[in-house]
Design a protein around this ligand. Structure first.
Ligand SMILES: Nc1ncnc2c1ncn2[C@@H]1O[C@H](COP(=O)(O)OP(=O)(O)OP(=O)(O)O)[C@@H](O)[C@H]1O
Ligand code: SF4
Ligand SMILES: [Mg+2]
Length: 360
């Protein structure tokens, strides 16, 4: 059993779930997204690269505004028209950014599905749950409507909605928040996707319901053999649910690696600071101060490492040159920090943050 920051108990273990395969289904390379605004160009995503393998759960974590949602919406093709996008997104080798809108619609919902924080953004209040689930099937499959409704019932059963047959005739407002989120998961999996992108799927729910929904996500992942990209503020959720973790800061990945690896040996001070906020996973086991300060504005970012104003290890090099993502002592763990070897040498890297918080 895994406990996260808010005391959510995720009973179903990731180790009980199907193992990731070797095949990469999604490959994002140097993705950049900016938005022209009246105040200037917002550089929301500044070079994001990651891969997702079959059946893998990749956890993406980072403070509000770090570009988690924008980078995922780019994969889904759901960004507003004003967005300037560059880089490469490949789904099973196919260039997603070069696809026609028709082909992209086929990818969305059928191969890659999304679960949002607020189910009401995906559910239509004036149609029954059954109609909406059936429509989701019929948008991609020419099958009789009664078969689509039968599939809808099967999905509601799978996500744990009691009396699924009767519930097909309910409207979204007749569902509780947790049930709506289950219905949205049902909608996401109804076409047997390869990958589910879940953006803060449980943030709006209370702790007990959160745990049930997260467990259900792991269960349905196995039922439909999908990979998951799980976006969350909560490192504890990632500890319980993900194989690999991608840490974002100011529009860029700053650390990526296997969850066990990164939790045991963080190589980027921002990750160290984040880990300090979860007692069960903290490197030292002791609760630390939260990271002081706020992330930088994404308009006119100053040179150097964007974390430098908040980093206890920052020096002149950090303030002038932004560090690239680079291999650490382990080839499977990358970090963007000039001084990661200092974290590797330290017996307790979190001590840097304690010293900083005690003296400032
Ligand atoms: N349509 C838009 N126009 C201008 N700026 C935008 C637009 N959409 C997002 N942004 C900006 O892009 C940055 C990244 O936003 P994003 O929604 O990806 O953050 P996030 O990491 O998902 O944060 P949160 O945890 O709060 O959901 C933010 O600074 C946000 O204000
Ligand atoms: S590059 Fe410098 S400022 Fe940035 S995280 Fe590393 S030590 Fe801190
Ligand atoms: Mg977001």
């Amino acid at each position: 059993m895994t406990t996260n920051t808010r005391g959510v108990h995720i009973g179903r273990r990731l180790s009980d779930s199907k193992r990731p395969g070797e095949t990469e289904i999604l490959k994002v390379e140097n993705l950049q997204v900016s938005f022209p605004t009246d105040d200037g160009l917002v550089q929301a995503v500044r070079g994001v690269s990651y891969t997702v393998r079959e059946r893998e759960v990749l956890g993406i974590v980072g403070e509000s505004g770090s570009g988690k949602s924008v980078s995922s919406m780019a994969v889904m093709g759901l960004l507003p028209k004003s967005a300037r996008i560059s880089g490469s997104i490949r789904y099973r080798g196919e260039d997603v950014l070069a696809m026609s809108e028709r082909k992209r619609r086929g990818l969305r919902g059928r191969k890659i599905a999304m679960v949002f924080q607020d189910p009401m953004t995906a559910l239509n209040p004036v149609h029954t749950i059954g109609d909406q689930l059936a429509e989701a099937v019929l948008a991609h499959d020419l099958i009789p409507r009664k078969d689509a409704l039968a599939r809808a019932k099967e999905m509601l059963d799978l996500v744990g909605i009691p009396q699924a047959e009767a519930r097909l005739r309910s409207y979204p407002h007749e569902f509780s928040g947790g049930m709506r989120q289950r219905a949205m998961i049902a909608m996401a999996i109804i076409n047997n996707p390869d990958m589910i992108i879940a953006d803060e799927p449980t943030t709006a729910l209370d702790v007990t319901v959160q745990a049930q929904i997260l467990e259900k996500l792991l269960e349905v992942k196995d039922a439909v053999d999908a990979a998951i990209v799980l976006i969350t503020h909560d490192l504890g959720v990632i500890a319980g649910m993900a194989h690999r973790i991608l840490v974002m800061y100011a529009g860029k990945p700053v650390e990526i690696g296997e969850v066990d690896q990164v939790f045991a040996r963080p190589r980027m001070p921002y990750t160290v600071g984040l880990l300090g906020s979860i007692p069960s996973a903290a490197v030292s086991g002791e609760r630390l101060q939260p990271i002081k300060g706020t992330p930088p504005s994404l308009i006119n970012l100053p040179p150097g490492c964007p974390f430098s104003p908040r980093c206890p290890l920052a020096d002149d090099q950090c303030r002038t040159a932004e560090p690239p993502m680079a291999e650490t002592e382990s080839g499977t763990q990358l970090a963007a920090c000039h001084h990661w070897p200092k974290l590797a040498e330290a017996t307790d890297p979190t001590a840097f943050f304690r010293t900083n918080s005690e003296t400032s």
